[in-house]
Design a protein around this ligand. Sequence first.
Ligand code: FE2
Length: 297
Amino acid sequence: MTVQTSTLRSIAGIVNSVETMEGAGFLVRRPFPKSSFSEFDPFLLLDELGPINLKPGQAKGAPDHPHRGFETVSYLLEGRLEHKDSQGHAGLLGAGDVQWMTAGAGVVHSEMPEAEFARTGGRMHGIQLWVNLPQADKMMAPRYQEIPAAQIPTAYTDDGSVAVRVIAGEALGAQAVIETRTPMMYLHFTLQPGATIVQPVPTTYNVFAYVLDGSGLFGAESQPGEDGQMVIFAQDGKEVAIANPASASQPLDLLLIGGVPLNEPVVRYGPFVMNTEAEIMQAIHDYRNGRMGTIHA
Ligand code: FE2
């Protein structure tokens, strides 16, 4: 008989991204949803846009479209995006900025490259995460939390080999400024070659890492994962370990995302995610009848 002394989570699986076209025709890498893997409760979608070098006039966005029943979290790493919605809200996202939009009962919005950026072209890289809302919050009033890069708490290990930007939750003593409806973590780690992190995670959380750049070793069994892969941790410990081997030629850049599963029925139809078919029909009806509003120029 062996005694289990490790509190490190093991790896439940590695998921490759698929490439898919979104919005007006831009390419994203998407680990989920796909036919074999529809959600990772409480998360509904993860898209990585770019990194891509756009020529003048080449940048495309997502023109007017609705959302109901969940949250969209946009994290821009490079480039410039403009946002407008049916509530008269407008904003500009630059490198490092986060927009945590709680669609709740419904918004119609557009997510487009900023006009000057689209004209000149440049490098674009962004992440969108969809976070499900619990039944009790699905019809809440829409809410925005827009956090400029400089206000995202950032922390480093003493030797400087690990940096973390804390979008939700906490890491290396830094606490997020964004509030979430259910307990959640969204951490952006950068590990220099030879660096290791052991990040505490509540045992109730579903947790995954998504590799933005480089490659590394994940979990109790040091399983390899690389750029564009989603690494799913088993729910079998209270810490996750991630390492960038000393032999690596570049930093390991990754998102570590986790949250308490809602364990509620999920019925999704494009931009609407509810608990029942009837609620989806209602969402379509409300959208068609202008109850989610329209964007005024
Ligand atoms: Fe959207």
